[in-house]
Design a binder for this molecule. Structure first.
Ligand SMILES: Cc1cc2nc3c(=O)[nH]c(=O)nc-3n(C[C@H](O)[C@H](O)[C@H](O)COP(=O)(O)O)c2cc1C
Length: 172
């Protein structure tokens, strides 16, 4: 039996979303609404609400980075998501890293980073959708990454990318 609603409310199942720390200029904030929109050319979309400082900064700078951090950095996600602006590197104890193709401060502790340049901005409601070109991907050679998944209302989850634990359909 289904219950029916037109809102993302408590009757809906959670959708664990891979969550990143978004860098715009020198500011960082957690972001769970993001997705690839084209493989070739490589295009990526992020959704930002206008109450966030990063929203204003991104409209001005039109460049950003997505820093993928391991599940062990949950505190940094929570701290950087509870304030608007300020020195978030000091707040989280994360290490600033220089970008190569954009003007934004990256995060040294990330296991992967996308550098992106905005090519279009759409709006269908309470978030702007920034469509971007991925200009560079940094990847660290780390084994068994534990990605950070956000399930909403302050809850997080992780999964395993260990090839011994990831199943193909013929293994089931
Ligand atoms: C796990 C998590 C995911 C979030 N995802 C988004 C998102 O996708 N888009 C958005 O606009 N805000 C999102 N937020 C809210 C912002 O991160 C939060 O308002 C932050 O304080 C904004 O920082 P700023 O004002 O310095 O840019 C999220 C918050 C958390 C904790």
């Amino acid at each position: 039996m289904f219950t029916r609603t037109k809102k993302l409310d408590s009757t809906c199942h959670k959708q664990p979303r891979p969550t990143v720390l978004l860098s715009v200029a020198n500011n960082i904030m957690p972001l769970s609404w993001h997705m690839p929109v084209s493989k070739s050319p490589l295009r990526y979309a992020i959704c930002l609400r206008d109450e966030n400082k990063s929203y204003d900064l991104l409209h001005i700078n039109e460049q950003f980075a997505l820093n993928f951090l391991d599940f062990s950095y949950l505190e940094a996600f929570e701290k950087s998501g509870s304030e608007h602006g300020g020195d978030k590197f000091k707040l989280t104890n994360l290490t600033p890293k220089k970008a190569q193709t954009i003007n934004a401060t990256l995060i040294e502790e990330a296991y992967m980073i996308y550098e992106c340049k905005v090519i279009d901005i759409l709006n269908y409601g309470d978030h702007d959708v920034f469509i971007s070109e991925i200009t560079l991907i940094h990847s660290k050679d780390v084994k068994d990454v534990k990605p950070t998944l956000f399930t909403g209302e302050g809850y997080y989850e992780t999964t395993s990318l260990n090839p011994q634990r990831v199943l193909r359909v013929e293994d089931v």
